[in-house]
Design a protein around this ligand. Structure first.
Ligand code: IVH
Length: 678
């Protein structure tokens, strides 16, 4: 093919593929099969490869298939910063919003609003230069985000080039703000695939979207069903003089950026309240999750006049929805035996969609909870799910009882090993008393390999359960004796997945000492206590040989836990396990705790962080020798408040505990890291 016809063909293929993308992703009306689509795309990839020196790849649909993985994401500065929103929870809060606006503006005529669904996803910023998508980033702390351009290019509804509007040139430079989300259907299908592959499931569409967008390998992101709605422009745009937010939304749409179809103009605050009600009714019929509505003052002049508080504009408010509830039937109550022998009752409910996500199992926690809520097998129950939270049972509907419902009593014998079950004085938990119970041993190995502990990738619950049931592993040290044959004999294990698991097992041999201690699963020894032990005794040897008194001297470890720890290390089983682990080459790193300005300081994180996951932020504190806690008390040194922080923030204020935003925290941590003794 000569150059002219090759370039013409490339041009043709690009516009055809873009057209099919629109038909498929935006209009839901595909004209060709997936196989035909792939043929077009592959032809384009081949031609572009061949003629790469004559053409720009920037806006080609081939960019959407992903690129080789990055080591880390570069930092991206948002200009202006990406703000977040103040919350309203009731209709009166919405009316108060209008009251505040009225008071801070010079007397003015009627104030008009724009009301929009609040999409429950991840905020992003898209930078277009001369109409071409150049870079994009997550919100981060509002000022700096992570640049995830390659990942955003794989999102089919993010246009790689803006369309011109009736001959008017597209802006030289414009930042577009929007929300990346995953449809509920896409989320359910993704989880089905993950379940088959034995991978951990995402809790909800928002987490799935966040996890997908923050993949270092954009080829993985390309396989995730992500989409975008755009809702604002960051800053001024040369050549465009918008008077209202409504005009902005229309322009976004004309540029080819997806704008939610349910955005409305509202002339009064009462119309906004009505919109809130209507949208609440509509919520369960939408193909994506929304967690409220956003109300914005329409006039940009008034927006300017109102200005912003620290991190939230005064001209907009997020009106949150209550959690989603459904009723279902409790078909049975199953008892699970955990790693410390605790018996947890789990309600098996008739599968029900709560906001589109299927719920079939709900933890009932313990017998006291069951008694308090008077839960019986056969009962009709109200269950709820709120955004990020695990589904829970709200109450049973006693009026729906037929009389055949069965009260539940914890078994007196372990459902797995039939050993006796007992409930210690003052404890809510029932426990299986057999320390050799197979259910406990299996759960211990699962815990050992899990993400927070030894972090052995690919070695999930299902695979461990199979290996255990097949008699291949009896304790954690046996993981290090697994070979390819043993793994390949398990369901759904192919060559590639087997190699990955073997690599991950080998890679886990030198964990930080505190992770190793945690992984042992000593009763009541969580991350916090594990760290205290490492800080005090420094070596595995030191911890294992410490007496009950030595351990009890540590500030933060009470007498019961001190006894547990000392007893654990005296048991012959423990000594055997440690010996076997050592023989298998598992040698923890003993210098992983740093001494820095954060050493000994306790942090509580609350609300949604933008720049990090909660685990990452806590990991930073731990690596610098600090502690983290889940609850606010006088012993806490700092509370880091993310978006939508609630009661913990209030409590911190009332106790006069210093409150940091994410940015302050990052500054504090990086200073501490620079000045630390490592
Ligand atoms: S406007 C300055 N509009 O909600 C205003 N935000 O809690 C910036 N969100 O970080 C946000 N849908 O991630 C706006 N229609 C919408 C939205 C929306 C979802 C998210 C966004 C923001 C968070 C604020």
């Amino acid at each position: 093919m000569d150059q002219t016809s090759a370039l013409a063909r490339i041009h043709f293929l690009r516009s055809e593929i873009n057209r099919h993308n629109r038909l498929y992703y935006q209009q839901d009306q595909p004209e060709i099969s997936d196989a035909e689509y792939d043929r077009l795309l592959n032809e384009l990839i081949r031609l572009e490869d061949q003629w790469a020196s004559y053409i720009s790849l920037d806006e080609s649909p081939t960019q959407r298939v992903g690129a080789p993985p990055l080591d880390k994401f570069p930092t991206f500065k948002h200009s202006p910063p990406m703000l977040s929103l103040a919350n309203a929870f009731t209709e009166d809060d919405i009316r108060d919003f209008q009251g505040r606006i009225g008071r801070s503006l010079k007397p003015t005529g009627l104030i008009a609003y724009v009301a929009e669904p609040k999409i429950d996803g991840i905020a992003v910023n898209l930078l277009y230069e001369k109409g071409v998508f150049k870079a994009g980033a997550t919100r981060g702390d509002g000022q700096y985000g992570e640049e995830v351009t390659l990942n955003l290019k794989t999102v089919r509804t993010v246009p790689l080039r803006l369309q011109t509007i009736s001959g008017k040139p597209v802006p030289e430079r414009v930042e577009i703000r929007g929300e990346i989300y995953m449809t509920i259907d896409g989320f359910n299908k993704l989880n089905e695939r993950r379940e088959i592959a034995g991978e951990p499931l995402f809790a909800n569409p928002r987490n799935a979207a966040a996890g997908s967008l923050r993949q270092l390998d954009s080829r993985i992101t390309a396989q995730r069903p992500l989409s975008i709605f755009c809702y604002a422009i960051g800053g001024e745009v040369a050549g465009y003089d918008f008077a209202t937010h409504w005009e902005v939304l229309q322009t976004l749409q004309q540029w080819g950026l997806p704008v939610n179809e349910h955005v409305r103009r509202a002339d009064t605050i009462e119309a906004c309240v009505q919109y809130y009600r209507n949208t609440l009714d509509m919520r369960e019929h939408l193909p994506y999750e929304i967690d409220g509505v956003v109300i914005k003052v329409d006039s940009l002049i008034l927006q300017d006049e109102l200005g912003s508080a620290a991190r939230t504009p005064k001209w907009a408010i997020a009106c949150k929805f209550p959690p989603m509830q459904e009723t279902t039937i409790i078909e049975d109550i199953e008892v699970n035996v955990g790693r410390t022998g605790v018996l947890t009752p789990v309600a098996l409910v008739k599968p029900v969609q709560v906001g589109g996500v299927t719920v079939s199992r709900i933890s009932l926690h313990n017998q006291d909870e069951i008694d308090r809520k008077d839960v019986r097998i056969g009962d009709t129950a109200v269950i709820q799910r709120a955004g990020d939270v695990i589904p829970e049972l709200v109450m049973v509907v006693a009026s729906k009882r037929s009389g055949t419902e069965q009260p539940f009593k914890m078994p007196t014998r372990c459902p797995v090993c039939a050993a006796s079950v007992s409930r210690a004085e003052g404890e809510v938990a029932h426990r299986c008393m057999n320390s050799d119970c197979p259910a406990r041993r299996k759960a211990q190995i699962i815990y050992f390999a899990s993400r927070g502990a030894m972090d052995i990738d690919g070695l999930g619950e299902k695979l461990i359960a199979q290996l255990f049931d097949a008699g291949e592993i009896r304790d954690p040290s046996d993981l290090y004796t697994l070979d390819r044959e043993k793994l390949l004999a398990m369901d759904r294990m192919a060559d590639k997945s087997t190699d990955k698991v073997i690599d991950a097992i080998v890679a886990s041999k030198h964990p930080p000492l505190e992770k190793f201690i945690l992984a042992l699963g000593i009763p009541n020894v969580g991350e916090h206590v594990a760290r205290l032990l490492v800080r005090q005794f420094r070596t595995l040897e030191g911890i294992a040989s410490a007496s009950e008194e030595d351990v009890g001297m540590i500030d933060g470890i009470g007498p019961v836990i001190a006894r547990n720890i000392a007893t654990y290390f005296r048991e012959s089983r423990t000594m055997g396990l440690l010996k076997k682990l050592k023989a298998a080459g598992v040698v923890p790193k003993e210098d992983s705790i740093r001494h820095s300005a954060l050493t000994g300081k306790t942090f509580v994180f609350t609300g949604r962080l933008q720049h990090h996951t909660r685990e990452e932020a806590e990991g930073t504190v731990h690596a610098l020798g600090g502690n983290t806690s889940k609850s606010v008390s006088k012993k806490v040194d700092y509370v880091v408040a993310g978006e939508e922080a609630g009661s913990k923030l209030e409590k911190a204020k009332s106790l006069n505990i210093p409150i940091l935003n994410e940015e302050d925290f990052m500054r504090l941590a990086s200073n501490a890291a620079i000045e630390s003794d490592f």
